[in-house]
Design a protein around this ligand. Sequence first.
Ligand code: SF4
Length: 313
Amino acid sequence: MKIILANPRGFCAGVNMAIQTVEEAIKIVGTPLYVYHEIVPNRHVVDHFVKMGVVFVNSIDEVPAGQTIVFSAHGVSPQVRNNAKGRGCTLIDATCPLVTKVHMEAIRYAMQGYKILLIGHAGHDEVVGTVGEAPDAFTIVESADDVAKLPFTGCERMVYLTQTTLSMDDANVIIDALKKRYPAIKQPPSEDICYATTNRQYAVRALAEDADLVLVVGSKNSSNSVRLTEISENSGCRAYLVDDRSEIAHDWFAGVNTVLITAGASAPEHLVQEIVEELIEKYGGQVDEANVVEEDVHFNLPRSLRVLQGAEA
Ligand code: SF4
């Protein structure tokens, strides 16, 4: 069997930064270290840190006063930040800079009196955090059907923003519907769907047509992993989202000559390699790395962590 490994796949710069932030924070403050929400949406990453003594919380009320708390890559609302400050916690903000960019856009447009239409999934941590920057200014748009139900006349100042991990194709359908109904709607100064999401989707779209089956390594609550699975299926290729090798069913491979493997932006590479090993062991064959897009993006550790390290005043 031929195994194609999509490149790029797996960890993005934001996930690398967030994981390294928790590792460094443990070295400085020890454990228990509190992290608000999963540091990145991956079961293996979370389990690894739980074993090291990290406590993941869904509410700031769960954090004892005065403790150190890390905010995850998805970002948080100002309300969460203020709650944590109010409990005398030390804050380490591992929000991905590309999520922060969307927050900054939201604050700027809200201050200018815009109605902000956020294209994204209601309830997703990133969307909750972004909306929290200016709750009165936001309306969430999840589908093109939602556009017809919007209460605005078009006389308002309107802008759309997008969640960073959407499918470009799905977002474009909604954007087209928004522009059709509200021709004067403003678009963000630069694309909000992030480079890592875009590149992983582009690679899968380019490679899926040569495969009989696509395996996406990632957790079910990872938005960009779910999107990779959908894109493969929309390209006409059967696809499965698996957390690791234990979730693979071997009857999937009957009649399969070529399997494409990719991984969501929060999935560790060792999980991909374990799947490759299992497939080679069972079916033999060759492994090809298919380089579709080169990536060279790196984010510095958060300033709040560097201050704790004593590297910055
Ligand atoms: S997927 Fe994009 S927005 Fe999310 S952490 Fe990675 S680089 Fe940042």
